[in-house]
Design a protein around this ligand. Structure first.
Ligand SMILES: NC(=O)c1ccc[n+]([C@@H]2O[C@H](COP(=O)([O-])OP(=O)(O)OC[C@H]3O[C@@H](n4cnc5c(N)ncnc54)[C@H](OP(=O)(O)O)[C@@H]3O)[C@@H](O)[C@H]2O)c1
Length: 322
């Protein structure tokens, strides 16, 4: 199949591109940077020659959007919004204009769309969308607005011959350098991988190989459309999540961080505490109902697998296992 991935140069795109190419598909990535092999230039804002790639393709997986790993200043929040809404709208226009539109459009969305809550998990049917929680920073509502506007841009696209799925994706855990898992592991190795702000907030996550399998599953299931949660079925409190990761790496202690320390750390790392402190308790209701099975459903096993792969990554190739 021919698969077009707008915004496919980042963390998630690299995982999908690698897996789908290995599986024998023709993958074309749309990028704003000077294109390399199997990449095509676009700006993510207006139609252009790149749209020819979409015409006659089988699947479009749109991942484009300004990274959320930044300080949530008004300017960055605006860029996070505009890059997602504009690129999604433009992908929709390309699909609408195609003579041979793709069969399916898998649009990235986010687990952040759900409310900050501890009491019950959010599935697609009974989950509560965020934005009205009390006692949380006001700008958290804007992150939810971004997610809603992102999904709306796909919903409103007039693409009657293309099935549309919005992937409400949790944090993707992969052994690749520069990803979320890499960052968490770095904290663990520094002895800093303890609870943050009490650690009761839930962490939703998905193992990279299950992400690929879920994307393949959604691409193949003509009966599935609309929002679908991409998250392992067992989210867990951040303090447990980090304890398991410390055990997997073999580090006994992790210093706890108060909310203030987290604020300082996030500031130093040019990131935002929302990524650490918001309780994302998201479960894959529709995937499970449709018969999808996770290879890495539980964090202890998934963390052990990821740690093994990180250690394999760093071991020099001439090392002989004794
Ligand atoms: N990583 C996760 O755990 C996770 C979880 C849930 C949802 N998501 C969402 O999934 C998407 C992909 O995640 P990722 O981690 O791969 O992100 P990433 O590494 O930041 O990659 C996103 C890509 O979007 C493109 N992009 C950035 N700004 C853009 C703009 N203004 N207009 C058009 N394209 C732009 C960039 O490609 P070029 O520079 O090549 O154009 C970049 O490589 C993001 O939208 C993210 O919010 C990620």
């Amino acid at each position: 199949m021919k698969i077009v991935i707008p915004g496919g140069t980042g963390q998630v795109g690299t995982i999908l591109n690698r897996a789908l190419t290995t599986a024998g598909h023709e993958v074309v990535v749309l990028t704003r940077r000077p294109p390399r092999d199997r990449e095509v230039h676009w700006e993510g804002e207006t139609l252009g020659p790149w749209a020819e790639e979409i015409d006659g393709s089988d699947i479009v997986i749109n991942l484009a959007g300004r990274s959320v790993n930044c300080r949530y200043t008004p300017a960055n929040l605006r860029a996070m919004m505009d890059s997602r809404v504009h690129s999604t709208r433009t992908v929709g226009e390309a699909i609408a204009a195609a003579v041979r539109p793709p069969r399916v459009w898998l649009q990235m969305s986010t687990a952040t769309i759900y409310s900050h809550r501890f009491d019950a998990p959010n599935d697609e049917a009974t989950g509560v969308l965020g934005g009205t929680e009390s006692g949380v920073p006001g700008y958290w509502a804007y992150s939810v607005e971004i997610a809603k506007a992102w999904e709306r841009a796909q919903e409103q696209a007039d693409t009657p011959h293309t099935r549309k799925v919005a992937m409400r994706c949790a944090m993707v855990m992969s052994p690749d350098r520069g990803g979320v898992f890499d960052a968490l592991l770095r904290l663990v190795r520094l002895g800093l991988g303890g609870p943050v702000a009490g650690g009761a907030q839930y962490v939703s996550w998905i193992h990279d190989r299950d992400l690929v399998r879920a994307v393949e599953f959604l691409a193949g299931r003509d009966d599935l459309a609309g929002p679908v949660n991409l998250a392992a079925p067992a989210p867990l409190p951040q303090r447990t999540f980090m304890r398991v990761l410390r055990a997997a790496w073999g580090v006994p202690v992790g210093l706890p961080a108060t909310k203030w320390m987290a604020e300082l750390g996030a500031f130093a790392l040019r990131s935002d505490t929302e990524l650490l402190v918001k309780s994302r308790r998201v479960v894959p209701g529709r995937l499970l109902e449709a018969g999808f099975t996770f290879d890495h459903a539980q964090w202890p096993e998934a963390a052990a697998d990821l740690v093994r792969r990180v250690r394999g990554r760093t071991r020099p190739s001439h090392t002989v296992a004794l």
